[in-house]
Each structure stands twice: as C-alpha cells, then as structure tokens.
Design a binder for this molecule. Structure first.
Ligand code: 3HC
Length: 311
C-alpha cells in the first residue's frame, strides 16, 4: 500500500504536477517543507524591522507611504507562508517560539544595520532583487500551497525592487553627498546580499534532496550567478560599483566572474553572532509577548462563539 502511495508521490513530482495537503508525502518531504517555508516566513517578519526603523524618518510623505506599504506587504508574505506551513500540520505559535528560542533560522541579510535612508533603496534594489531571483523558481516548487503563495509574493517583491531602484535613481540625480550615500550603502549590502542565496553548493546540506523533491528548482550557486549577471547592468545604469575587484564579464563563460563572500562571516551571522541578531530576536520576542493578550482574547471569543453554537 505505502509502495503505491510512494510511487504516486514520485510520479506526481516527476511529472511537474503539485503535491497537495491531503496527498500522501514522505515524512522527510513534509519536514523539509516546514523547515524551509517557516524560515522563509520568519525572514519576512524579521525583515520588517530594518525598514520599519525608517518609516518615521522618511524624507517625504511619498517615501513614507511607499515604505509603509512595503513593510505591510512583508507582514502579509509572512502570514501567507505561515498559513502554508499549517497545511502541513505545523502550528504557527510553535514556529514563532522556535524562532524566538533560536531553534529556527531567518535570512542572514536582516542582521545588518540600516544606517542611512539610502539603505532603504539598496534593500529594495539588491535584497528584494535577490529575493525575486531566489523565489521566482519557487513558483514551480512541487508543493502546491507554497508554489501558489510564491506567485503573489513575487509580484509584490517586484514592486519592492522597483521602488528601491527608483529611490536610488532619484538620489543619484541629487548632490554628491547623496551619491556618496548610495555608494556607501551598496558597499555595505553587496556581500550580505550574495549570502542570501545560501552557502556554496558543496557546503549545502539540503540542496541535493530538495532538488530531488523539486522543492528547490536551482542550486544556491546557480541563482547567485544569475543574480550577479542581473545586477551588473543595473549598477552601471545607476552609476554605482560593487566592492568586488574580481567582478568582471567573462566572455568564455557568458557570465560575470566574481569573488567569494566571507563564508566565515556568513556562518557567524547564521549562527546568531551577526551585528543585529540579538536586537532582531529580542524585538520579535517583545512583540510576541506584547501580543499575548490579543491571542488570548481571540481564543476566548472563539470559544464563546463555539459554546453558543453548541447551545
Ligand atoms: N540565512 C540564514 N540561514 C541560511 C541562509 C541565509 N541566507 N542560507 C542558508 N541558510 C541555512 C539553511 O537554512 C540551512 O540550515 P537548516 O538546515 O538549519 O535550515 C543551512 O544554512 C544550509 O543551507 P542549505 O543551502 O543547505 O539550505 P537550503 O537548501 O534551505 O537553502 C535557501 C537555503 C536558499 C535560503 C532556501 O531555504 C530557500 O530558497 N528558502 C526560500 C527563500 C527564503 O527563505 N528567502 C529568504 C530571503 S528574505 C525574503 O525573501 C524577504 C524579502 O522581503 C526580502
């Protein structure tokens, strides 16, 4: 019986069809999906902090409105993704506890400080640009609810990237001080953006199995290369440079050669020892604790409604 179910699972994945919540799936497939989708959701929620910090400091009402909309979008992305984990039997309260207790991860990129308003533009351009590069393939991931969530999320990420690039274009048409501010932000965010794609393939413990299950559709290094190739002409148009002396077009490869991020730094940040890790997690813990009364009130209201229905 299980052999038939396993054969049907394999056939569904191999034929590019979708695995749905009620379908049989290997325990490892379920665990991998909960791990990846939960950490993706955590990244969206934690990612609200660095940008949220600038909403009250935005230089105009227009910039404030755009940033407010973007941060609200990230909250929505987190809720979509937590909802996708719940279709796999996960409990979002437990996932939040795991995040707060350091038992689950979120993207390393959000552990760096946002020092000037140019960082808002560079995060939109480079960080949301990396997210698009990494997540458009996930619209074809084998698990149905995740693939469908990614379609809408990627559309909104495109708005995030464009608003960031437009912000930087405006600053580059400004004073020399504003142009220097943009270049400084690019210098600080370039290498951490490359780290968003994960460790080099040979150090990626999950890629092989995730690719076999068609959860992941490309390897970390494939997407990192695509991102570098995509970013170079955008940087040229903007009039900024990346802080990598090895970054140059290689006609034989048909791609840009580039240097390697500091993987020691990457593992330090992933391990909780980045510039802002403790601040980000403490903020998330406080928000969760401050919101306990809302969860209790909602649960009491739901219980009361159930009792009145049961008569
Ligand atoms: N930050 C933190 N942890 C990372 C990481 C990063 N940038 N890159 C890899 N890791 C972790 C992995 O989670 C894994 O640890 P785990 O087994 O405990 O989960 C370990 O390092 C080894 O990495 P692998 O390459 O083996 O892990 P994956 O196969 O899961 O690949 C990934 C990592 C490419 C991030 C993949 O999980 C993925 O594509 N996830 C979905 C996309 C996502 O989460 N993006 C977050 C970006 S933030 C964002 O999109 C918000 C937007 O608004 C900017």
């Amino acid at each position: 019986m299980v052999d038939d179910l396993a054969a049907r699972f394999e056939h569904t994945v191999a034929s590019e069809a979708r695995i749905e919540p009620r379908d049989w799936m290997p325990d490892g497939y379920r665990r991998t999906l909960i791990r990846q989708i939960a950490q993706h959701a955590h990244s969206e929620i934690i990612g609200m902090q660095p940008e949220g910090n600038w909403i009250s400091r935005a230089p105009s009402l227009r910039r404030k409105a755009i940033l407010l909309a973007k941060v609200q979008d990230e909250a929505g992305h987190g809720l979509y993704l937590y909802a996708a984990t719940e279709t796999l039997g996960a409990d979002r309260g437990e996932l939040t506890e795991k995040l707060i207790d350091g038992k689950q991860k979120y993207s390393s990129i959000f552990n760096y400080p946002t020092l000037t308003f140019a960082d808002m533009g560079v995060i939109g351009w480079l960080v949301d640009g990396a997210a698009i590069c990494n997540q458009v393939p996930l619209c074809r991931t084998s698990y149905g609810p995740y693939a469908r969530a990614m379609i809408r999320i990627c559309k909104e990420e495109s708005f995030h990237q464009r608003q960031g690039y437009e912000l930087l274009m405006t600053m580059m048409r400004g004073t020399q001080a504003q142009r220097d501010m943009v270049q400084d932000a690019v210098d600080r965010w370039w290498w951490p953006s490359l780290m968003m794609f994960g460790p080099p393939d040979e150090e990626s413990s999950n890629t092989e199995q995730s690719m076999a299950w068609r959860i992941k559709r490309n390897t970390n290094d494939e997407l990192r290369q695509k991102y570098v190739d995509m970013s170079m002409p955008q940087a040229a148009k903007l009039g900024v440079t990346f802080p990598d002396p090895e970054l140059k077009w290689n006609p034989e490869r048909g791609h840009h050669d580039f240097g390697q991020p500091d993987w020691e730094e990457f593992w330090q940040v992933v391990g909780g020892h980045g510039p802002c890790n403790s601040q980000r997690v403490a903020h998330r813990r406080k928000a969760h604790e401050d919101g306990a009364w809302v969860r209790e009130a909602a649960a009491a209201h739901a219980a009361k409604a159930r009792r009145s229905q049961e008569g």
